[in-house]
Design a protein around this ligand. Sequence first.
Ligand SMILES: [Zn+2]
Length: 495
Amino acid sequence: MKLVRIKKALFFLLGSINCLSISAQPLNIVEQMRAKDDSAMFKALFDLALTDGHAYKRLGELCKGVGSRLSGSDNAERGIIWAVSMLKSYQFDTVFTQPVMVPRWERGEIESVNLYSKVLTNHLKSGKLGDDYNCEAFVEANPKPQKFYPLNACALGGSVGGKVVGSVVTVNSNRELDSLGKAGKLRGKIVLLNRAFDQTLLNTFQAYGGCVSQRVNGAVPCSKYGALAVLVRSMSNRCDLHPHTGVTHYDDSVTKIPMVAVATAVADLLEDICLIDPYHWVEIELNCRTLPDRLSANVIASSMGSKYPEKIIDFGGHFDSWDEGEGAHDDGAGCMHAFEALRLLKAMGYTPRHTLRCVFWINEENGLRGGTEYARLAAERGENHIAALESDRGGFVPRGFGVDSAILPGVQKYQKLLDAYGIGTIEKGGGGADIGPLKKVNPNTAFVSIIPDSQRYFDVHHAETDVFENVNKRELHLGAAAVAAMIYILDQQLD
Ligand SMILES: [Zn+2]
């Protein structure tokens, strides 16, 4: 017993000394740890993130104090003011903004989608539901027969407004779209683009990739075939009543028709209604609109390189979000990963060899103007960006990294050390929407991306459920520590 107590006391004492020394003599501690081996450096980074992380607290301020940050909105500008003052409070070497003109789309006050269906009403009256409908969530939320049924729906970003009434035609593939369109069966109809996620894919981003084109590009063929409006099945693995917005594009060659996301349970309901009630109709009313562009900004904080100050390592996320929810996972978490990585390395007393830049890009969701302007300025100034990491897959537990093949062997040397923190894969890959334009002006920039667990990301992506409450503190801090570890690796490995 005695021995155990002494051991505990010693452990506590050593722990306290360790904490004190990190703050009192940071340089010495970092030198000692690095002299030993990099595992001590990683351990200290993760320990600090998990015991005194700042990412979660700052994300809370952003989500609850500012909220959603759609490009061109007053909220986005309030967010940028918050970000600059937050970063300045940490006394990084520099904190600055880059002006960027961004598009401005507003949802408007009117957004209603209603279903009229006598068959549904009769079924609800008779209580005969189970056999006819796949969409339990919708029927549970609407147990009583009504004159009309308000559907859980929201305009897609960039949609035109308008008022449309028509019956729905369900389409589950591009081939079906073309065959129905060519047969004239979409003319005067509201088209439901209903391709669902492939649930067998473990990587949910692959499932998203298999469906998202119907949201982004669906307006053009549907309009060409004479449709009045388009309902798009939400991009989600879940069956629920939350519509997920996202960008949609038109083409000047066709009439711009309203584009609306419907919740997955609503899409299932409508598919059933199409089969059992040929006389149903849906009414859509939206007053969303596009306004003139507005001045906004990228926000940047950096630590100066000691050996190669002219060589830059970028890491960041996009600061804008959709107007539904709070942009907590998408991409407040990515921005906080980057800020916290810069802070952790500074708090550890680490002196970077290259200049480290944490970047909050603006307007990834509906224009990519921030990333484009960042690359344009880099080219204009002849900057040398040797590596760029983007975090835009949520604040979930980190599982791995995608890394540019040119630097993959050097980074993979650290695989074993990162395994200890659940980061099991370092694979060929890397990249991100905001860093993409850098490659055009700087072909040698090595891209990296963090890969968190993807199972829950599309539950909340672009939906009202992407709020701070759905972010787990430890998972967010593990992600930030993982980004810090990767930035350390890049700083050590690259010349
Ligand atoms: Zn995003």
